[in-house]
Write a new protein. Structure first.
Length: 263
């Protein structure tokens, strides 16, 4: 397995040496290039492509974003890293450090070498033994169960229910982590979906597809929060649909609801 990973990464490096960028850029089903936006890093061609994460992401804004993103995505795929995993976070952190080192230089002067260095980083990680990551529930200590309202110890007969709720909460947290990385890694041109004009539910919301975009049609009982928006982003990416109009509509709905609740 290690040798297979090394071979694939060396082929990626060879494509960079030959300037075969068309073999490296990863495209969504729509045909547009995929930009890496996950694990605290966004590699994008312009500011208007940024996904708002409240300033929690490092931004690498560069005209060669499609190439650099393609290298990162392909390296992570070869290494077989899972969304939200500690190993994936460490690899992306190291790649981020490499990219930010020279991002202030003139465009076109450093990207080619940086792309090769990203492959070198992946090669190094392919040689490291992959330790099985313990589930979050195993990493958490066995706290003394107490009632969150009274602070008193929970009755012994209720402890099994407390532990079950704790495991369920940890599982939900793990599932919601790095949704962007998950669909970035899984989406490929081979998964192209039918994008004919039609009604379709995305992220639990009804909407209509037109001109390769999805327009949400939200009713009075539909709740639009951050979790729903992340599901919509993921669903649109899997279908190869443009997200800009949907995000604008949903953002306006959230602002409207916030204004109403403030009254």
């Amino acid at each position: 397995m290690k040798q297979d990973q090394k071979t694939q990464l060396l082929k990626l490096g060879a494509a960079l040496e030959k300037g075969e960028e068309h073999k490296i850029v990863v495209k969504a089903p729509s045909g547009d290039p995929m930009f890496f936006r996950a694990s605290g890093l966004q590699v994008i061609p312009s500011e208007d492509q940024e996904l708002d994460t409240g300033g929690s992401c490092v931004l690498v804004i560069n005209s060669e974003a499609a190439l650099l993103s393609g290298v990162i995505i392909r390296c992570l795929r070869v290494l077989g890293l899972e969304a939200g995993g500690e190993r994936a976070k460490k690899v992306v952190k190291e790649m981020t450090e490499r990219l930010v080192r020279e991002r202030g230089q003139a465009a076109g002067a450093w990207e080619g070498q940086a792309a090769k260095d990203l492959v070198t980083i992946a090669l190094k990680w392919s040689e490291k033994p992959a330790q099985k990551e313990r589930p979050v529930t195993q990493q958490l200590g066995e706290d003394i169960p107490t009632d969150p309202f009274t602070g008193e110890p929970i009755p012994e007969e209720l402890v099994p229910h407390w532990r079950m709720a704790k495991r369920r909460a940890a599982r939900h947290k793990r599932e919601e982590e790095d949704t962007l990385l998950q669909f970035t890694m899984e989406t490929s041109a081979e998964e192209k979906k039918d994008t004919k004009n039609c009604w379709v539910v995305v992220g639990g919301l009804q909407g209509v597809i037109a001109a390769e975009s999805w327009y949400p049609v939200v009713g009075p009982d539909d709740q639009v929060d951050e979790k729903v928006i992340r599901k919509v982003v993921k669903g649109l990416a899997r279908r190869g649909l443009k997200p800009e109009l949907a995000m604008t509509v949903l953002a306006n709905i959230r602002c409207r609801d916030a204004h109403k609740n403030a009254k």
